[in-house]
Design a protein around this ligand. Structure first.
Ligand SMILES: *Cc1c(COP(=O)(O)O)cnc(C)c1O
Ligand code: SF4
Length: 351
């Protein structure tokens, strides 16, 4: 099954055979609450006859999303607490997130920013807010890297991307511009010469962090889009969310990391799933995640080893989930040391 354009309603997903009649009402209730979009490239990848298809599981709404647990939160990694001006998140001294757009080509069911992204979300940063965000960066010489995320920044037109790159290009202390995106796999045709050109700024190094979670996402079209980016001289790194029922399997994870490497994308981060609302069905325990990551060690090349990362709930930053900063506690829980040295219980205590 292929589609001419993205499917964004339950009726469209049902027509495409992706939501059975019996599940339609629940899926509609989910769609009332959280954004939905599945691109034609992904519709073509889903095996509608497989109830546990790992691509469908990532993008097709499911009744399980209606269940929220006490430890889940609307802002699981604490973006809001570290946002000095609209569109900027500044948690670490040398780098900031610039969230220029809150729209994505697809809406992942496990998204940690699911409360902020979507067609009815915050949209694109206004010209005035973008001016203030760029001014914030320009005034702070300690900011070495700007990370465009969102939303997915590669949904912006080449013209808009170029305008942002020109402005960042004019800031001498910014050396690295990094984009976090899913576009090369979910909408590969978007990666054309004009878009690639717009991602370059003279004197700056551009990194593209590709979010992909299953080896099947690497279709011939996706691989060709990745090759166009790398051939244009940009460095690509990977980002994967460890997800129950998608990639929580040593063979799948090894195949995924090898596929990144074969496509000249260096494995960077494997994220433990965040405590986003309605995502319990995707979460495995930290102990399970650590065992899976351990299994990758001897099994695949050092090139294929991502860092296993957990974002400490509440905005305390990231921690290496397989490092000395994580201590097992007696009660089966863990204690995490943040980059400032403070300790946090994981899973967090619920009051
Ligand atoms: C994750 C994150 C970054 C990037 O962290 P790296 O470890 O450099 O990939 C930067 N700022 C914020 C606020 C983040 O959440
Ligand atoms: S592409 Fe990223 S920001 Fe958008 S829904 Fe997926 S995980 Fe969330």
């Amino acid at each position: 099954m292929t589609a001419a354009r993205s499917l964004t309603t339950i009726a469209e997903l049902a027509d495409a055979g992706l939501v059975p009649e019996a599940k339609r009402a629940d899926a509609a209730a989910v769609a009332e609450r959280y954004a939905v979009a599945v691109t034609p490239a992904l519709v073509g990848l889903i095996d509608a006859d497989d109830p546990s298809d790992p691509i469908a599981r990532q993008f097709v709404p499911d009744a399980a999303e209606l269940v929220t647990l006490p430890e889940e939160r609307a802002d699981p990694i604490g973006d809001l607490a570290h946002s000095p001006v609209e569109g900027i998140v500044h948690r670490y001294p040398d780098r900031v997130l610039l969230k220029a757009v809150h729209v994505c080509p697809v809406y992942c069911r496990f998204c940690f920013r699911r409360e902020m992204v979507g067609p009815e979300g915050l949209g694109t940063l206004s010209a005035k807010a973008l001016d203030a965000a760029i001014a914030y960066i320009a005034e702070r010489p300690e900011i070495w890297e700007v990370i465009l995320t969102g939303g997915d920044p590669l949904v912006l037109s080449p013209r808009r991307l170029q305008a942002i790159m020109e402005r960042l290009g004019a800031i001498a202390h910014v050396k690295i511009v990094r984009f976090h995106t899913r576009v090369p796999v979910v909408d590969p045709a978007r990666i054309d010469a004009a878009l690639i050109d717009a991602l370059k700024a003279s004197g700056k190094t551009t990194y593209i962090a590709l979010h992909a979670n299953h080896p099947r996402e690497f279709t011939a079209d996706a691989c060709a889009a990745i090759a166009r980016i790398v051939d244009a001289g940009m460095v690509m790194i990977s980002q994967t969310v460890l997800l129950k029922g998608v990639n929580d399997d040593a063979d799948v994870l090894a195949a995924l990391m090898r596929t990144f490497v074969e496509n000249r994308v260096k494995p960077y981060y494997l994220h433990h799933p965040d405590l986003a609302l309605g995502t319990a069905h995707f979460r495995l325990t930290l102990a399970e995640g650590r065992a899976l990551v351990e299994s990758l060690r001897g099994r695949v090349s050092g090139l294929c080893q991502p860092a296993y990362i957990l974002d400490i709930p509440g905005g305390h930053g990231k921690v290496r989930a397989d490092s000395m900063a994580v201590e097992a506690a007696d009660d089966g829980c863990f204690r995490l040391r943040d980059f400032r040295g403070d300790m946090h219980a994981y899973p967090p205590k619920v009051d």
